[in-house]
Design a protein around this ligand. Structure first.
Ligand SMILES: NC(=O)c1ccc[n+]([C@@H]2O[C@H](COP(=O)([O-])OP(=O)(O)OC[C@H]3O[C@@H](n4cnc5c(N)ncnc54)[C@H](O)[C@@H]3O)[C@@H](O)[C@H]2O)c1
Length: 294
């Protein structure tokens, strides 16, 4: 399968990274969202990130121009019609994803793979209303998508084996290491294991056992994690992390995933982590400052 044109829906943290990655690999990619202004902002973020690489001598101005020139902003799903491969990276909500796949199916070419970057929504559930559920597959990039090596490929009950194989090939073409789950499980492997750890860190904070900085320091220094669990939740997005743990708790009924009310309170207050500049840390200044969360 040759992918010349890609379509990425959702220009948030993940969609932006996935579109940049495709463009860096020479694919013409359309990046779309509910509103084109969101995509314009994402393109500015990509440009800023690439400019930092130019400043460090790791990339040339011409390369930046090439990469940016391969990303076309759009709105809605209409431009998926030209795509050879589609990645959905919208909000983590199974009903909205179902409706979105319905819309995508009505415009895309026959046989084109529709991949979802979902963390914890069931692929079988997302594709349950689709005309051709066999072409829908989970393709879970990790954050930041340009940097992290792993992509977990998660088939649903109806996903065709050749769709899994072609998604694996495409993953390798993008320079990533695929892990294919043997069957659908909620949140695959890495995110499921990590969710329990991240959740526990929030409970330790809620119980007043450690401060934000001490919890992150303990995990970094005590288990050689490159970043602390609370820093990581801020990077993921507190709303996204909450949606994922809620799904795991609802589907598995396991107390390891019971989301702490503190997370809900933070989302209500608009503390979504890095993307809103406030979470467990305050990102408004030069360096992140731990928040006094109660
Ligand atoms: N953040 C992470 O670390 C991470 C890692 C792996 C996978 N994921 C998954 O990737 C997906 C996106 O997460 P994110 O962190 O990029 O979220 P985000 O909040 O940064 O961005 C979501 C984007 O989707 C857009 N959107 C919402 N509904 C839409 C619709 N109907 N059509 C088009 N666009 C729509 C929003 O406007 C927003 O720009 C989620 O399913 C999430 O679970 C997230």
């Amino acid at each position: 399968m040759e992918v010349k044109k890609g379509f990425v829906l959702g220009a948030g943290i993940m969609g932006t990274g996935i579109a940049q990655l495709m463009a860096q690999k020479g694919i013409d990619v359309t990046l779309s969202d509910v509103d084109q202004s969101i995509v314009e902002r994402s393109l500015q973020n990509i440009e800023k990130g690439l400019q930092r690489r130019v400043d460090k001598g790791k990339m040339t101005e011409d390369q930046v121009k090439d990469i940016l020139g391969r990303i076309t902003p759009s709105q809605g799903v209409k431009d998926a019609a030209q795509a050879d491969f589609v990645v959905e990276a919208i909000i983590e909500d199974v009903k909205i994803k179902q409706d979105t796949f319905d819309e995508l199916e009505s415009v895309v070419k026959e046989g084109v793979i529709l991949a979802s970057n979902t963390t914890a929504c069931s692929i079988s559930e997302i594709s349950s209303k689709a005309k051709d559920p066999g072409r829908i597959v989970g393709m879970h990039f990790f954050n930041p998508a340009v940097v992290m090596k792993l992509v977990e490929i998660m088939p649903g009950l109806a996903t065709r084996p050749e769709v899994v194989d072609q998604t694996r090939e495409f993953t390798e073409f993008l320079g990533k290491e695929p892990v294919v789950t043997a069957k659908e499980g909620i949140a695959g492997i890495a995110s499921r294991v990590l969710a329990a750890l991240l959740n526990e860190a929030v409970w330790v904070l809620e119980e007043g056992i450690g401060t934000v900085e001490d919890i992150d320091k303990a995990l970094k220094m005590g288990s050689n994690q490159p970043m602390g669990p609370l820093e990581l939740i801020d990077l993921i997005g507190i709303d996204t992390h909450l949606a994922k743990t809620r799904t795991l708790y609802n589907k598995l009924g396991d107390a390891r995933y019971r989301p702490c009310y503190l997370l809900e309170k933070m989302v209500h207050a608009g503390y979504l982590g890095r993307k809103s500049k406030k979470g467990f840390y305050d990102y408004t200044g030069e360096t992140p400052v731990p928040m006094r969360i109660k």
